[in-house]
Each structure stands twice: as structure tokens, then as C-alpha cells.
Design a protein around this ligand. Structure first.
Ligand SMILES: C[S@@+](CC[C@H](N)C(=O)[O-])C[C@H]1O[C@@H](n2cnc3c(N)ncnc32)[C@H](O)[C@@H]1O
Length: 210
């Protein structure tokens, strides 16, 4: 959450306001027609409110391990008063057990490059445990593809992240897919997004027949 501003407990992240519409288009296309969507790393909670409002046929379960984020999610959710937006859960992707009994889909936006590799591994393991056959895990963010950055701006962003924390950094898509496969998740769709980001949709179960 960089460049964020605050109003009381509510945090506002400029990137979250910018990328919400494009991500929502993808979510409309790939999420199931009913059920619970677990959002890992909800951050400010702006996405949670926007997506829950736009997808009233789904229950939206926001989560984050950070207490400031949990306060912000609740602060955004209160005035929205959406019946399908659940109270935020404290959830660290690295944890071996998640405080969620079931979810038909998992969404994780802009986390895996701003967290240690263990968070990516934990996210893939957790989604593998939780999702039903065919259920999607939707990842959004910058990725390296075939070992190279997809844009010069992503290379600069990567260097900046690694300076801030040596454990952070733009991940290799192929490495993420290899780890995902170990948890029964396979690539379903890869969608180019604005500002050199990708939406990567993984699904539980065998690879799609070609
Ligand atoms: C850049 S923010 C993105 C927030 C939000 N998804 C968005 O797009 O606005 C990264 C978020 O990842 C969360 N995060 C970091 N490590 C995590 C972990 N191990 N498990 C779950 N979330 C984590 C942070 O607390 C933070 O809210």
C-alpha cells in the first residue's frame, strides 16, 4: 500500500482505486456464479467494498494479517453496509491453517511481490487446501515471464522493492506455476492488465485439456 492516505481508520491507496475496474472485469468472467470468495491481503479494503457491491451474488470475505489493514477494511465496510461483505478475518497466508472453513474462490491482489516468498508458498498451499475442484485462485500483480521483466518500469519497481526488503521482489511466473502445481493448482488463464500487470487465474484440478 504505497502512497496511501488516511481518514480515521480508513486507508486509501491510489493504485487500488486505479486498478479496481480492470480487475473487476476479470473477476466477473472467472469467478463462480455463487459462493464465498476469500480475498487474501485485502489491504485498505477498498477492493473488498467495490467488488462485493458489484458482485452481490457472491459473499466477499476480506482478510489481512495487519491490524491497520483490518481496521481500514472494517472502516470502509461500515458505511457501505453490504449484506454480502463479511467481517474481515486476520489471515496470514503463511499459516498452516487458515481461519476459513470454505471458499469457492480465492483472490489475491498485489501481495506476492510485497511479501517474503513464504507468503506466496503459503498462499498456493492454502488455496490448494481450500478450493473445490475447478475453483479459481486469481492473482494480480507484476510478474517476470521467461526470466525477464515484461517492462522497464517493472525492473525498476523490482529493484526498489528489493532495496526496501531483500525478501520482496517481482516473482517469476514459471516458478509460481511450478509451486502451484505441487498444490494441485494449474494455469487456466493469463490476462494482460494495464500498467504491465497480469491476472493469473489458477484452478484446482488437472491442467485444462488442449
Ligand atoms: C500492497 S498491499 C495490497 C493490498 C490490496 N490487495 C490492494 O491491492 O490494495 C499488500 C498487502 O499484503 C499483505 N500481506 C503481507 N504479507 C502477507 C501475508 N503473509 N499474508 C497475507 N497478507 C499479507 C499486507 O498486509 C498488505 O495489506
Amino acid at each position: 500500500m504505497s502512497g496511501e492516505t488516511t481518514e480515521g481508520e480508513a486507508l486509501f491507496a491510489p493504485a487500488t482505486a486505479r486498478n479496481g475496474a480492470a480487475i473487476l472485469d476479470v473477476l466477473r468472467a472467472v469467478l463462480p456464479p455463487a459462493g464465498t470468495v476469500l480475498e487474501v491481503a485485502s489491504g485498505t479494503g477498498e477492493h473488498a467494498v467495490r467488488f462485493a457491491a458489484a458482485l452481490p451474488h457472491l459473499r466477499w470475505q476480506p482478510s489481512d494479517p495487519d491490524w491497520r489493514a483490518l481496521g481500514s477494511i472494517a472502516a470502509h465496510a461500515r458505511p457501505a453496509a453490504l449484506p454480502n461483505l463479511l467481517l474481515p478475518l486476520e489471515l496470514d497466508a503463511c499459516a498452516e491453517a487458515w481461519p476459513v472453513a470454505r471458499a469457492e474462490a480465492v483472490v489475491c491482489i498485489n501481495m506476492i511481490h510485497i511479501a517474503p516468498p513464504a507468503a506466496t508458498a503459503g498462499l498456493l498451499a492454502g488455496a490448494g487446501r481450500l478450493l473445490p475442484e475447478g475453483g479459481p485462485l486469481v492473482l494480480y500483480g507484476p510478474f517476470r515471464v521467461s526470466g525477464v521483466h515484461t517492462a522497464e518500469s517493472n525492473a525498476r519497481f523490482d529493484a526498489d522493492l528489493r532495496m526496501r526488503d531483500p525478501e520482496w521482489g517481482v516473482r517469476d511466473l514459471e516458478a509460481v506455476l511450478a509451486t502451484a502445481a505441487g498444490h494441485g493448482l494449474h494455469l487456466s488463464e493469463r490476462i494482460a492488465m494495464p500498467a504491465n500487470n497480469l491476472c493469473v487465474v489458477l484452478r484446482k484440478g488437472g491442467p485444462a485439456a488442449t
